[in-house]
Write a protein of this length. Structure first.
Length: 92
């Protein structure tokens, strides 16, 4: 009986250790994925800003699209004061 109890306690202890290791690994993986998504979002935001800033739409519409992006950064290094596209310029 005592041997069985000791064996069970040892198995419980090992199980707790495995659980803690798995939890640490999961948390590490979540952190890595979160960082990757953060970097991806920054790159995607830059691509979309560039794409829409060059789009052949009137300036008002381009600004509306750019400011409507869910990850728009108002302190972006790229100012959104864009010149009008030549095809829609009033002076043409």
């Amino acid at each position: 009986n005592k041997i069985r109890e000791t064996y069970r306690e040892e198995e419980r202890r090992k199980k707790k250790i495995r659980f803690k290791r798995k939890k640490k690994i999961r948390m590490l993986l979540v952190t890595i994925v979160a960082e990757m998504l953060k970097e991806y979002t920054v790159v995607l935001a830059g691509v979309l800003e560039h794409l829409f800033s060059q789009a052949p739409f009137p300036r008002r519409i381009r600004l509306h699209i750019l400011y409507s992006l869910p990850f728009h950064n108002s302190s972006s290094s790229h100012p959104l004061l864009l010149p009008s596209h030549p095809a829609y310029s009033r002076h043409s």
